[in-house]
Design a protein around this ligand. Sequence first.
Ligand SMILES: [Mg+2]
Length: 129
Amino acid sequence: MNDYKNDNPIIEKVANDELIEAGLNQAVDTMHRISIKHGFWDSVDGEWNPAEKIALMHSELSEALEVLRKDPNAMSEKTPDCLALAEELADTLIRIFDFCGKMHLDIGKAVVAKSHYNESRPYKHGKKF
Ligand SMILES: [Mg+2]
């Protein structure tokens, strides 16, 4: 296990940034393509509701919460090699990536930029928790 409080020299950080950005944006492209293929962006009038898509992201987090309430160590029935908790969090990410694809959001760049910003903030970002 890494000691995340004391690692990550600058050179490693730059390489990690590039990998994180490219990997996230590749995930966006892949998940959005699969979603289109399965009809999740088809509509009769061409309209779509971004609030509905955000609500569906919430629904996956709620499913993750229910897994925690029932049995955090339960295995997924759909992906038997994964914990059910991981599966529901994966569903959340898949919905977020799909949405980013539709909105043409550069989430890789945003995650790297925001993580650098967060790294510059004080302990617990100056909050109690
Ligand atoms: Mg789910």
